[in-house]
Design a protein. Sequence first.
Length: 150
Amino acid sequence: MGRILVAVDGTQASREAAKLALEFAEPLELGVTFVHVLPERVAEEPGEAPEFAAFENACEQYADDLLKETCLTLGDRSCAASSQVEHGDPAEVLSTLAAAEDVELVIVGTRERGPLARSLLGSVSGELMCRCPKPVLVVPERSIPADLQP
């Protein structure tokens, strides 16, 4: 069975991407894999850089919780879903995962950034479109109506 790979980062744009992936997956009988990418680990060996251990553990827990929350959006859908936490450059990691034979599509959300932020921070979706070996669908963050904003 083929699957759709979805980047999840907790933004409204990634929630929109996850919803769209589920809409595509069910009628096409595809599985869905939700992926959250954390930065490279600072300490590769146990006991190395102990001041970062608690922070890295908190990041891992956040990623796990985020992916569990995203999987809850499945409701009673029949598509198979899985999740995974990876470490590294998001575009590179997602491209590598997308190279798997059973990945049919990669879906990623994007949000509007100003020119300065875009030039300093880059764009995961833009980089992914350049390097990914599979089709990439970029889902824009939709405006949330004022009456629904927190």
